[in-house]
Design a protein around this ligand. Structure first.
Ligand code: PAP
Length: 328
C-alpha cells in the first residue's frame, strides 16, 4: 500500500459539478470521505459525475455485455470468468489445442484492467484498454451502479447483464477489510459496529446494498433472458454448474467438460492471487491489485460479527430482501 497516497482529493473541479453536489444530500462515509445521495444511492462525487455522463450518453450495442454488482460481491472473480468464457470459441478442440490457441489473458493484466468499471474510469492509473464510449465493437464492461441509474439504451437493447451478489454479512466484512486497507492503512480499523450501522442504514459506498440487489433481482425475474442473477455462494459451491450457466447465458456454451474445468481453475482465487500481475501494481488510484484478493470464504463473517451485529443484519435482510423472495 505504500505507493498509494492516503489522501482523497476531489477530481471534480468545475462550478457546474460543485453546484450539483451542493444540492445533493451529503454524509461522511466511515470518517474518511464525503458521499452524496443521487438516484436514491450513495456515491463518491466523482462517481456521480461519471454516472451522469454514462446515463445520458452511452449507446449500448446488442452484443455488449455488462457485469453488475454491489461492492465486494465477487466482481473480480466474475470478470475473470467472463474473460475466459468470451475467449472460448467452442470449437471442440482438444485440451492441448485449447492451451495452444489461448493466450491466458489473466496473466497479462488484472481483470479490472481488461473489463473496466465504467464509473471509476477517472481513477485509472493508465490509459484504459479501449474507449468505453466507442461503440464500433462489442464491449465487456462492469458497473456497481444500481439498475435505475443505467442508461436506457442498456435497458432497452438486447445487451446482456450478469449480476453477482453475495451474503450481506460476508459482503460487509469484505468491504470492511477493503476500505480499512485503503482509508486507514496504518491506523486502527473503523469500529465494526459503525460499519454495521452504516451498512444497515444504507449510507455507504453504492449503498443501500439491499435495494441495489432487489432492483436487479426483480428485473432478472421479469427478464431472465436479459439479466442473469448469480450468487457468490452458488459459484463457490458448484463452480462448474454456474460457470456453465454464465457461458450459456452469454451465448458461449462450452464444448466439453475439460473447458469448464480449465476456466474454473484459471479463475480460482489461489491462482489469481499468486499471479505476478495481481501481486503488485494498481489499475485504479488508491487501490492495489492485491487488495481484490483476500480469503474468498463463505461465512467469514462468523470470525468478526457479534451475535447482536449478526441479528442486526439478519433483521435488515428479513425486512428488505425476504418479501421479494430473496434469501442471501
Ligand atoms: P470489488 O467490488 O472491489 O470489485 P470484489 O471482487 O467484488 O471487489 O470482491 C472481493 C471479494 O471477492 C474478496 O472477498 P473476501 O474479502 O471475503 O476475501 C475476494 O477475496 C473475493 N475474490 C476475489 N477473487 C476471487 C476468486 N477468484 N474466487 C473467489 N473469490 C474471489
Amino acid at each position: 500500500m505504500s505507493t498509494i497516497p492516503n489522501k482523497f482529493p476531489s477530481l471534480i473541479s468545475d462550478d457546474h459539478d460543485d453546484k450539483l453536489l451542493n444540492e445533493l444530500p451529503k454524509e461522511r462515509f466511515w470518517e474518511a470521505l464525503d458521499i452524496f445521495q443521487w438516484e436514491g444511492f450513495w456515491f463518491d462525487p466523482n462517481i456521480i459525475k461519471s454516472a451522469i455522463t454514462f446515463k445520458s450518453s452511452f449507446e449500448a450495442r446488442d452484443d455488449d455485455v455488462l457485469l453488475a454488482s454491489t461492492m465486494k460481491a465477487g466482481t473480480t472473480w466474475l470478470k475473470a470468468l467472463t474473460l475466459c468464457i468470451m475467449q472460448n470459441k467452442n470449437t471442440h478442440q482438444t485440451h492441448d489445442e485449447y492451451h495452444h490457441k489461448h493466450v491466458d489473458i489473466l496473466t497479462t493484466e488484472n481483470p479490472h484492467f481488461h473489463i473496466p468499471n465504467i464509473e471509476t474510469i477517472t481513477y485509472s492509473t493508465k490509459a484504459p484498454k479501449f474507449d468505453i464510449y466507442d461503440s464500433s465493437a462489442p464491449r465487456l464492461l462492469q458497473t456497481h451502479l444500481p439498475y435505475a441509474a443505467l442508461p436506457d439504451s442498456i435497458k432497452n437493447s438486447a445487451c446482456k447483464i450478469v449480476y453477482i451478489t453475495r451474503n450481506p454479512k460476508d459482503t460487509l466484512i469484505s468491504m470492511w477489510h477493503f476500505f480499512n486497507s485503503i482509508y486507514k492503512p496504518h491506523q486502527d480499523p473503523i469500529p465494526l459496529q459503525k460499519a454495521v450501522d452504516c451498512f444497515c442504514s444504507g449510507v455507504h459506498m453504492y449503498g443501500p446494498f439491499f435495494e441495489h440487489v432487489v432492483e436487479y433481482w426483480q428485473e432478472s425475474q421479469k427478464r431472465p433472458q436479459k439479466i442473469l442473477f448469480i450468487k457468490y455462494e452458488e459459484l463457490k459451491s458448484d463452480p462448474k454448474r454456474h460457470v456453465s450457466r454464465i457461458a450459456e447465458f452469454l451465448g458461449r456454451p462450452f464444448g466439453h467438460e475439460k473447458e469448464v474445468d480449465e476456466v474454473v481453475w484459471r479463475c480460482s482465487l489461489e491462482r489469481l492471487k499468486n499471479l505476478e500481475v495481481n501481486k503488485s501494481g494498481s489499475v485504479l488510484l488508491y487501490v492495489t491489485n492485491s487488495s481484490y484478493f483476500r480469503k474468498g470464504e463463505v461465512g467469514d463473517w462468523k470470525n468478526y460479527l457479534t451475535p447482536e451485529m449478526e441479528e442486526q443484519i439478519n433483521q435488515t435482510s428479513r425486512i428488505k430482501l425476504e418479501p421479494f423472495g430473496l434469501f442471501l
